[in-house]
Design a binder for this molecule. Structure first.
Ligand code: C2E
Ligand code: MG
Ligand code: MG
Ligand code: MG
Length: 292
């Protein structure tokens, strides 16, 4: 019986796990190469306020694999996170982010957008992380207030003094901090008050069934109200319909991001889209004026 099970296990390993491990290893090697081979590209997705005024953008990484085509960050970020590759990748992203902030700073002046960047827990925990952020900000001469770091709930879970100390140092540099995918982890709003955060980003899982789902509707209202009480900007991700936008706006949400407002896109397209937002705002203003 045991022999049989052993043989089955071996069979399972050979037939299923082995190819999976190989595919993973080859993707990791390809990703390592992608960094130097110019296969990675930052995409940008707009964030607006309740009047649809542009507030910022989120940088979302894209990988054009020479054979597989587009590989989603949902697939390659976890692979990078299992090795130190995430730190190299994270540096690459932060460098791209600072270069873009500088470009917007130079071209848009006071209208320059704030850029949010996703930070992996492992990248954040690296001893050098805070210094590296400082180095890149100064290398590109960008205004720190235009950089926002999106951290994960997992990081907050431990309430460790090291984590808090790093967050305090980052805040002292003048940048702002967000907690991404809020509600999917195990942290509570009570825990959040121990951290010097600026923004709470509601996971799109709570948004997708709005406004019909009564449980999600209550959760949203509760998160928004408590976020407000803690002095945090509350942003909703995954806003796909006008009905979701309207519900969130009525709930007092501060900022909005999602396909209904704009897809993630390369910077040239993003800059054009941004102009469209400003034109729409100007038109709405002109209409309001002539109606008076
Ligand atoms: P995230 O930070 O929560 O980003 C939001 C994800 O939702 C993005 O997926 C975005 O394209 C997608 N999204 C935006 N609006 C909508 C919408 O209206 N509907 C739906 N269904 N989806 C929407 P993406 O770009 O595939 O990224 C997936 C995740 O990969 C991100 O989740 C983030 O955790 C991670 N990621 C992406 N870029 C980076 C990066 O540069 N560094 C790190 N560490 N992680 C990254
Ligand atoms: Mg994010
Ligand atoms: Mg998110
Ligand atoms: Mg998410």
């Amino acid at each position: 019986q045991a022999k049989q099970a052993g043989r089955n296990t071996l069979f399972y390993f050979n037939e299923t796990l082995q190819p999976m491990l190989e595919a993973r290893a080859s993707l990791e090697a390809d990703l390592r190469h992608a960094l130097s081979a110019d296969q990675l590209q930052p995409y940008y997705q707009i964030q607006v306020d309740a009047q649809r005024r542009p507030l910022g953008a989120e940088l979302l990484l894209r990988w054009l694999h020479p054979v597989r085509g587009w590989v989603s960050p949902g697939e390659f970020i976890p692979i990078a996170e299992e090795s130190n590759l995430i730190c190299e990748l994270g540096d690459w992203v932060l460098n791209a982010a600072c270069a873009q902030i500088r470009a917007w700073q130079d071209s848009a002046g006071a209208r320059a957008l704030r850029l949010s960047v996703n930070i992996s827990a492992r990248q954040f925990e690296h001893d050098d992380f805070v210094d590296q952020v400082a180095r890149l900000l100064s290398l590109h001469a960008c205004q720190p207030r235009l950089l926002r770091l999106e951290l994960t709930e997992g990081l907050m879970l431990k309430k460790s003094p090291e984590v808090i100390e790093k967050l305090v140092r980052l805040k002292a540099m003048g940048l702002s901090l967000s907690i991404d995918d809020f509600g999917t982890g195990y942290s509570s709003l009570a825990v959040l008050k121990h951290f010097p955060l600026d923004e709470l980003k509601i996971d799109r899982g709570f948004v997708s069934d709005l406004p019909g789902n009564a449980d999600d509707a209550i959760l949203i209202k509760t998160i928004v109200a408590m976020g407000q009480n803690l002095g945090l900007e509350v942003i909703a991700e995954g806003v796909e319909t006008q009905a979701q936008f309207d519900f969130l706006r009525q709930s007092g949400c501060y900022a909005y991001q999602g396909y209904w407002l704009g897809r993630p896109m390369a910077v040239e397209a993003f800059d054009r889209e941004l102009e469209g937002f400003y034109e729409a705002l100007a038109e709405a203003e002109a209409r309001a004026q002539s109606a008076q």
